[in-house]
Design a protein around this ligand. Structure first.
Ligand code: NAD
Length: 499
């Protein structure tokens, strides 16, 4: 059995790790590797390597840093297919979808290539006679990233290109379920000329995470994952005096108004609910059918027809549109939710339970599932299922839909399908959600904006990448300076300085 190692100080290493966890191939249901699980001592080795590398990397000129970033950008671009295939084999998503993830990560690298411009400070001339004021930003030191299984390349890339461009050293603790892509990324950083120790990968579980949260030399923690863990990370790292941004789970609603084009809306709804087997934090998991009963029935009919036609199969098969879910436990949990939904009164319009893919009988497959007549009190509505399950709820008008969304504890993303500018504008102003799509089902902001939700989808103040990413990974200095022509006798005043 292959063993997946850590990457510390510019090389793959076992460090002192003795524990391992299995890495599955979700399409076959077979174990394909063991991943090492770092102990606190292993984490300390990685943080020490990063702290040492920070001393010189933080002093590297902007030109040197930018050259490494451009070289890294070229290498990721060149290895995109290889990265996508690693993702497909460990996560399960189809290769075309994995290529999309790599592309969205690459866009953050491209954003970070503009670091000389992004780090420019302010300058105010002659704020008082002979006095100037200016500001600049400095890196924090060693910063850590703890990431989820569902985007093993893109989510870490929301963090490390920006952190490294700002002059920090980075320790990544990727998901132990699909750990291999991070190692290829580490070797690409090395090939791009990044000094050893600036980017490190430690694999692990709670032990490794807690060691990072408690380590005195880790200055900031970026986390993406489920809401209970995000809340925990934020509390523990904040109590240790660290800067923290912790992005949590989601329940994203798409509102469909009666004036929307039914074909357009239902196609996009199904793709946004079932793509990546629903394992996206921006997946649409609740559709809000607005209008009289007939409008909702027409939407469910169109959505059900499309969902039932989705081609489910292994991620490596080009004919597949949707792959398996991450583990057997996830498959069983998702099927359990559908059972509960049915018991609590939902209508199963499309049933993905028990799907068997010929030739992949042991794979972790769940078929697209559509539940109708779902109400806010049902478990399928209240919880994040994180699988290919779309719950349809009904609302009388757009204001009722907005109220429904605002009553939900999550606030990551939402979308509206409509032909009415007035309704769309009311919606964008009314919802308490961080990322909003208007006739766009998955409104992931471009890299030069910042990504993040509200409410239980975010703990801490800062969103990721874009301007908020730069601010998160740096702190500002403001200098007040005077180069006087000194004339004696010198008269210093004892009152508080004013201009
Ligand atoms: P998860 O919370 O189980 O794991 C995330 C990370 O935390 C992993 O690295 C894991 O090893 C670590 N971890 C798990 N349990 C821990 C514990 N008890 N103590 C310390 N660390 C722990 O999440 P997941 O299942 O890997 O990913 C899916 C979740 O991530 C979903 O809820 C999804 O919505 C969310 N997500 C959110 C965003 C966003 O931008 N808001 C993006 C992607 C995924």
């Amino acid at each position: 059995m292959r063993t997946i190692e850590h990457w510390i100080g510019g090389a793959a290493t076992r460090a002192g790790s003795t524990r391992t966890a299995p890495v599955w191939n979700p399409a076959t249901g077979q174990q394909q590797a063991d991943v090492l699980l770092a102990s606190p001592a292993d984490v300390d080795v990685a943080v020490s390597a990063a702290a040492k590398a920070f001393e010189s990397w933080s002093q590297a000129s902007l030109t040197q840093r930018t050259r490494v970033l451009f070289a890294f950008r070229e290498l990721v671009h060149r290895h995109a297919r290889e990265l996508a295939e690693i993702i497909a084999d460990e996560h399960g998503k189809v290769v075309s979808d994995a290529l999309g993830e790599v592309q969205r990560g690459l866009e953050v690298v491209e954003f970070a290539c503009g670091i000389p411009h992004l780090l420019k400070g302010d300058f105010s001339d002659q704020v008082s006679t002979g006095v100037d004021v200016y500001s600049f930003r400095e890196p924090l030191g060693v910063v850590a990233g703890i990431t989820p299984f569902n985007f093993p390349v893109m989510v870490p890339m929301w963090m490390h290109p920006v952190a490294i461009a700002c002059g920090n050293a980075f320790v990544l603790k990727p998901s132990e379920r699909d750990p291999s892509a991070s190692l290829l990324v580490a070797s690409l950083w090395s090939e791009a000329g990044l000094p050893d120790g600036v980017f490190n990968v430690v694999h692990g579980d709670k032990d490794a995470v807690d060691a990072l949260l408690d380590h005195p030399d880790v200055g900031a923690v970026s986390f993406v994952g489920s809401t209970p863990i995000a809340r925990y990370i934020h509390e523990r790292a904040s109590a240790n005096g660290k800067r923290v941004q912790a992005l949590g789970g989601a329940k994203n609603h798409a509102v469909v108004l009666p004036d929307a084009d039914l074909d357009f809306a239902s196609n996009h709804l199904v793709a946004a609910a079932m793509g990546s087997a629903g394992e996206r934090c921006m997946a649409i998991s609740a559709a809000v059918a607005v209008g009289a009963g007939g409008d909702g029935d027409r939407l469910v009919e169109a959505v059900a027809a499309k969902a039932a036609a989705v081609r489910v199969g292994p991620g490596r098969d080009e004919a597949s549109e949707m792959g398996p879910v991450i583990t057997a436990a996830a498959r069983d949990r998702i099927a359990g939710y559908v059972d509960t939904g049915e018991r609590q009164g939902a209508t199963v319009a499309v049933d993905g339970r028990g799907l068997v893919v010929p030739g992949h009988e042991d794979g972790f497959f769940v078929g697209p599932t559509v539940l109708d007549h779902v109400t806010p009190s049902m478990d399928v509505y209240r919880d994040e299922i994180f699988g290919p399950v779309l719950s349809v709820v009904r609302a009388g008008d757009v204001d009722e839909a907005i109220a429904l969304i605002n009553a939900n504890p999550y606030g990551n993303g939402t979308a509206i399908f409509t032909g009415s500018g007035e309704a769309a504008r009311r919606f964008q102003r009314g919802v308490r959600v961080g990322m909003i799509g208007i006739n766009v089902p998955i409104p992931v902001p471009m890299a030069y904006y910042s990504f993040g939700g509200w409410k239980d989808s975010l703990f801490g103040q800062s969103h990721m990448h874009g301007p908020e990413g730069i601010a998160f990974y740096t702190r500002a200095k403001v200098v007040t300076s005077r180069w006087p022509r000194v004339e004696h006798p010198v008269a210093a005043s004892y009152h508080f300085p004013t201009a």
